[in-house]
Write a protein that binds this ligand. Structure first.
Ligand code: ATP
Ligand code: MG
Length: 138
């Protein structure tokens, strides 16, 4: 049985030229790309996407970082997708990320941490629907 997760390659990783390597790592790990687009979030979109963190002290910095440059958003399909993808990307703070994970290889800091991965099946569906219409999914 396969299911889905949602990811964004964040502005630091795009700006630092890691987009191709990260997509390679995702495909090599066995995920199928169901939808993908390259875009720059507006402030309102970033605030809406991260609304669950709106009371956190790092919210302003997080939003400003996420709108600082283009990102790649994607819906991924794979076995146990949410958990397996979080294992592939590694800990939020790259200093704590395991060897071989995407954040260990490509992230700069806890803010500029290269990539997002949904934290539950429910949020994967919400986040995927936030970015993609049914016509953009294959
Ligand atoms: P993401 O949701 O981006 O996949 P995550 O699930 O590992 O990351 P969250 O707790 O959802 O982490 O936090 C969202 C983002 O907010 C993190 O990716 C990170 O960039 C930022 N963040 C989280 N905690 C902190 C913190 N203590 N200080 C600064 N930034 C933080
Ligand atoms: Mg999260």
């Amino acid at each position: 049985m396969t299911n889905k997760t949602f990811t964004m390659i964040k502005p630091d990783a795009v700006a630092n030229g890691h987009t191709g390597n990260i997509i390679n790592d995702i495909i090599a790990a066995g995920f199928k790309i169901e939808a993908m687009k390259y875009l720059q979030l507006t402030q309102a979109q970033a605030e809406a996407f991260y609304a669950v963190h709106s009371e956190r002290p790092f919210f302003r910095d997080l939003v400003n970082f996420m709108i600082s440059g283009p990102i790649v958003a994607a819906i991924l399909e794979g076995e146990n997708a949410v958990e397996n993808f979080r294992n592939l990307i590694g800990a939020t703070n790259p200093a704590n990320a395991a060897e071989g994970t995407i954040r260990k290889k490509y992230a700069v800091s806890i803010d500029a941490n290269a990539i997002h991965g949904s934290d539950s099946d429910e949020n994967a569906a919400i986040e995927g629907n936030f970015f993609f219409s049914s016509f953009e999914r294959f």
